[in-house]
Design a protein. Structure first.
Length: 394
């Protein structure tokens, strides 16, 4: 990390605004926040310490709501502050400036330890979070349907009861996201979570359209890795996918790696629902930011094969994906513009997490969490709350 002077001016970049990329602007950073977005000739820009971006792209930092691991660490194996720090550092190299470490289905005592680790990692130290970019936690299961378990350990799956709700609603100082199967609980339980501030998402579910619609009415906010591990759109039963695409207000997470879901299917989905309600996720595992070729998950061996992850039965086991690659894939495979893909990685997950007043846009008063990339969308540097990290591209 490079030390920061009191006030920076990021100049000579193509700055992502609401209408697209704009030349000739300077982004002035003071402490953790953007204090002005000004023409480059403004006197305040000349007075600041200038950082010349060399014509590269300047975007809001990427926000990943589904990060199982990175840097050789699986969050389930070591739900600690050190693990969270390692995972965050591994993903920062690829433009992720905000993330939710994700715990896949496990026992309640492991969930409790994970919540405590996040709480500790978010405890203020000298006025800033101890782990850069940490926004909370994503608890994916164990309140899932065994018929759609994917690689989740069936021995860990359980009902959502009062004890679990009490645990899940324990404050951490950040966002708590929970993925559950609507048919394995009740609208009343979903409402209890959402009214306590938990962000509830549907996933690993075999729910009908009616069951999913009831969950949406109870406060369900999103859908975890749309199309994967859920009931599909049918001619007479729309299922979870149909409910997700039919609902105008919910958000859908997408794994855009060309393997989890056909790009054709994703392009059709984006014609059925506003692009503003889709967000990119990685579903990343420990191999991200490491040289791991194999690792253990839920008692099974997972292998990296042709850029994807499979367990010993050939089941997809998360993704070998970074946010920078997901943005590039969205452009290349889905045919959308770079500024649209960048919003799917920044502004839209920020809105999903109810953090859009502080993250996801390059505007005065927003947190200075930013990513600088070249035209190939290779990340060269990131800023998290005004602190810069530089990553040379070989």
């Amino acid at each position: 990390m490079r030390a920061r002077s009191k006030e920076w001016a990021l100049v000579n970049g193509r700055v992502l605004r609401d209408t697209g990329f704009v030349d000739g602007l300077a982004v002035v950073v003071d402490g953790p926040r953007i204090v002005e977005v000004l023409p480059q000739g403004d006197p305040r820009v000349r007075a600041a310490t200038q950082r010349d971006l060399g014509g590269r792209l300047l975007m809001p930092g990427f926000i990943d709501t589904q990060v199982n691991g990175g840097g050789g660490v699986l969050f389930n194996d070591a739900p600690t502050v050190d693990s969270i720090r390692t995972i965050g550092a591994a993903h920062r190299r690829y433009g992720t400036t905000g993330f939710l470490p994700t715990l896949i289905s496990d026992d309640l005592h492991v969930i409790e330890a994970s919540l405590e680790a996040v709480r500790e990692a978010l405890s203020p130290t000298d006025g800033a979070p101890r782990v850069p970019g940490l926004l909370g936690i994503h608890i994916e299961g164990p309140f899932l349907n065994p018929e759609r378990k994917g690689v989740h350990d069936p021995e860990k799956l359980r009902a959502l009861d009062a004890a679990a709700i009490k645990l899940l609603t324990t404050p951490t100082g950040g966002r708590t996201m929970v993925t559950l199967a609507p048919e394995m609980t009740t609208p009343a339980h979903i409402r209890a979570l959402t009214e306590a501030g938990v962000i509830v998402s549907a996933g690993h579910s075999n729910a009908t359209y009616a069951q999913t619609r009831a969950a949406l009415d109870a406060g369900l906010r999103g859908f975890t890795h749309l199309f994967n591990a859920m009931s599909q759109l049918g001619n007479r039963e729309p299922g979870v996918v149909g409910a997700a695409l039919d609902d105008e207000s919910s958000w859908c997470g997408l794994i855009v790696d060309g393997v989890h879901v056909s790009p054709v299917t994703l392009r059709i989905a984006m014609r059925a629902k506003s692009l503003e309600r889709f967000m990119l996720v990685t579903d990343a595992m420990p191999n991200t930011g490491s040289d791991l070729a194999t690792f253990a998950l839920a008692g099974k061996r997972v292998n990296v094969r042709n850029g994807s992850l499979y367990d010993e039965n050939g089941t997809l086991a998360g993704a070998s994906l970074t946010m920078a690659r997901a943005v590039a894939n969205a452009v290349e495979l889905l045919g959308i513009e770079v500024h649209e893909a960048a919003r799917m990685a920044g502004a839209q997950p920020a809105a999903f997490l109810k953090l859009d007043r502080v993250l996801g846009r390059i505007e005065r008063g927003m947190l200075a969490s930013l990513v600088v990339a070249n035209d190939e969308l290779e990340v060269l540097e990131t800023w998290i709350d005004g602190e810069m990290g530089i990553f040379p591209v070989s």
